[in-house]
Write a protein of this length. Structure first.
Length: 401
């Protein structure tokens, strides 16, 4: 639907302006009239340059958290659902999110449930979010559910930030090292090569290798760089196939150091998500189905779905989880205790707290460990290249001496 910019007068005579999604200007005027606003100007908002669609502000997890908190507060205060959506949509700074909230409000006004209306926007509200909202609507505890969702998303954001922070530093250092090496090979080595040719005589083996690499890059850059880019795109394509995704996710749990971090992160997400759903009244089988689809790892997903099948056959949760070999024994034992005592949601929350702390400590330790390692790699690569360039000079000095 097009977006209309409107201007009107309220009952008190004050001038009000805003934007609204509507099929036509008559619909805008009718909606404003229902809010006791007399429309004075209504026009279609210009779409702008279509070649820059990505310039529109993206909807972030933080936007969803703020919306959920504010929505919970309004519902708790006794405001009707449609009025809550109308208020939050009108004060939303992110225009893309405001449009989605307007569509959700229109669907609810048209007779749809809140959960079903949210489910039409899976890129913003995932299956977990929609399932919990549906449980909240049925149980009459929508405000409680929205607060739980906000807490859950905030904890997930914190873990993601920690993990990404641990990976950004080594990636940045390696990128800088690669750029420095390319600059030396393309611009600095040729200068030394000309100087070596003036000396005469054979170059040391390491120096000759570096010179040959420099000559190859400068002579065939139009083949080498496109080939590297094509190789990267090929790898990305293969990793996005079904088999590639499975191999990548399985490898991510087995690679030294980082695999342990990925496993702890997966356990924290699994226990936190499942615990939140059970506390909110979602049936265990439905909860496992949603948790599996939102796990983000095919190996974890298969283990959870297998657990769901075994539970449907009459097994406990802990037994099939332990058989999968993906989840640590301690997690399975604590879940077993939670099932036996009838406090599975409480036990899952405790496991989640423990592993979230583990992820935080592991990422901090990893960042501390990687810092000197990256410095050594950078020093060896760049320093080694410079030493190979100075070897002929050292040789010449020794001959002169």
């Amino acid at each position: 639907m097009p977006i209309y910019k409107w201007e009107g007068k309220s009952r008190t005579g004050s001038i009000i302006k805003g934007e609204m999604d509507a099929p036509n200007d008559e619909a805008v005027i009718a909606k404003l009239r229902s809010k006791q606003i007399i429309a004075t100007k209504v026009r279609v908002k210009p779409k702008g340059l279509a070649i820059f669609p990505s310039m529109e502000k993206k909807i972030t997890e933080r936007d969803v958290v703020i919306f959920s908190r504010q929505f919970a507060t309004m519902i708790d205060a006794g405001l009707p659902l449609v009025q809550c959506l109308d208020i939050l949509q009108s004060q939303q700074d992110n225009k893309a999110f405001a449009r989605i909230l307007a569509e959700v409000k229109d669907d609810v006004e048209g007779g749809s449930t809140f959960a079903k209306a949210l489910g039409k926007h899976p890129k913003v509200f995932d299956q977990l979010y929609v399932a919990l909202v549906a449980a909240g609507e049925v149980g009459g505890i929508l405000d409680t559910i929205m607060n739980r969702l906000s807490t859950y998303i905030e904890k997930t954001m914190k873990i993601k930030k920690k993990v990404k922070g641990a990976l950004v530093y080594p990636a940045a250092v390696m990128s800088i090292a690669l750029i420095v090496l390319l600059i030396l090979l393309i611009f600095v080595v040729p200068v030394f090569k000309k100087m070596f040719e003036d000396f005469g005589g054979a170059l040391p083996g390491p120096t000759q290798i570096v010179v040959n690499i420099s000559d190859a890059i400068r002579a065939y850059w139009f083949i080498i760089f496109p080939a590297i880019i094509a190789f990267i795109f090929l790898i990305r394509y293969l990793l996005n196939t079904e088999k590639g995704i499975t191999l990548k996710d399985d490898f991510s749990l087995k690679v030294p150091v980082f695999g342990e971090l990925a496993r702890k992160n997966a356990v924290a997400k699994f226990t936190r998500t499942l615990g939140t759903m059970i506390t909110s009244g979602v049936p265990i089988l439905d909860g496992l189905e949603i948790v599996a689809k939102t796990s983000g790892n095919r190996t974890i997903e298969k283990a959870i779905l297998k657990t769901k099948e075994r539970i449907a056959e009459g097994k406990t949760i802990a037994e099939p989880l332990q058989e999968s070999g993906v989840f640590p024994p301690m997690v399975c034992q604590m879940i077993n205790v939670g099932e036996a005592t009838g406090a599975l949601d409480v036990m899952l929350a405790k496991v989640a707290d423990f592993y979230e702390d583990e992820v935080e400590m592991t990422t901090d330790a990893l960042a501390t460990l990687l810092e000197p390692i990256m410095m050594v790699i950078l020093g060896v690569s760049v320093g080694g290249l410079l030493i190979t360039m100075y070897l002929p000079i050292f040789k010449l000095v020794s001959v002169i001496g």
